[in-house]
Design a protein around this ligand. Structure first.
Ligand code: GCO
Length: 264
């Protein structure tokens, strides 16, 4: 059983893994024996990540690279291959959100979210797939969202990107499954991270943010998730244990997608 879930000797590239969900996933992979590399678009975020890994006793390499820049991604991949090894596991985790009502959103803002959350995953996957084919296989895990399935006010660009990422996942599985490449999505529910902090901020009178209570009423588990809740599912999708699982989106949401919500 241990062998089934071991990542010993594997190289895992988790984009944007300086903190939050990506960090928890990378940490799980390191604990399972993988060599972990990550990138962020800014040096200060890379430094923040490196300090956190060091504190957790994890040897991780961090690089500055903007995943929307194909040339930069290609040269980073060459560097990773030279310095660490060929990439066996890619996690397309880097992402962003803009919460703006659709009719007030600039087209440039919409395009930026699509560029980072969807086109970035295309660019990095496109870069690693040829060497995965050459070496007989690989694992690609795309960090999807509740918004791969559901809409809500203010997140039109994010929902469009995450819905697209779900279909990119299925398409990579379809196109490269014959090369022993498994491409699956992990779909976090509402996880307590920096990205969702504004939705949990207590009100000036000390009461819960209305969105906080709303999410608890929508989640059978009756709590927000933690980045650590993603560790086991992400490890499953990166390991031998999931070798015949392809094009699947594994939602880790405390049951949100199964539930109509608590009656007020
Ligand atoms: C929002 C949230 C979500 C979460 C997450 C849910 O504004 O609704 O930020 O988009 O980030 O992706 O799965």
């Amino acid at each position: 059983m241990e062998e089934l879930f071991s990542l010993k000797g594997k190289v895992a590239w988790v984009t944007g893994a300086a903190y939050g969900i990506g960090y928890a996933i990378a940490k799980a992979y390191a604990k399972a024996g993988a060599k972990v590399v990550f990138n962020c678009s800014r040096q200060e975020t890379v430094d923040r990540g490196l300090a956190a890994y060091k504190e957790d006793g994890i040897e991780a390499r961090g690089y500055v690279c903007d995943i929307t820049d194909e040339e930069a991604v290609k040269s980073l991949l060459e560097k990773i291959e030279k310095e660490v090894g060929k990439v066996d596991i890619l996690v397309n985790n880097a992402g962003m959100i803009k919460r703006i009502p659709m009719t007030e959103m600039e087209v440039s803002e919409f395009r930026r979210v699509i560029d980072v959350d969807l086109t970035g995953a295309f660019i990095v996957s496109k870069a690693v797939i040829p060497s995965m084919i050459e070496r007989g296989g690989g694992k690609i895990i795309n960090v999807c969202s509740m918004m791969s399935e559901l809409g809500r006010e203010t997140v039109s660009a994010y929902a469009a990107a995450k819905g697209g990422l779900k279909m990119l996942t299925k398409n990579i599985a379809s196109e490269y499954g014959a090369y022993n490449i498994q491409c699956n999505g992990i779909g976090p529910g509402y996880i307590a991270t920096e990205q969702t902090a504004p939705l949990r901020e207590p009100q000036p009178d000390g009461s819960k943010h209305p969105f906080d209570s709303f999410i608890l009423a929508k989640t059978p588990a009756n709590r927000w998730g933690t980045p650590e809740d993603l560790e086991g599912p992400a490890l499953f999708l990166a390991s031998k244990a999931s070798d015949f699982v392809n094009g699947h989106i594994l939602y880790v949401d405390g049951g949100i997608l199964a539930y109509i919500g608590k009656q007020p």
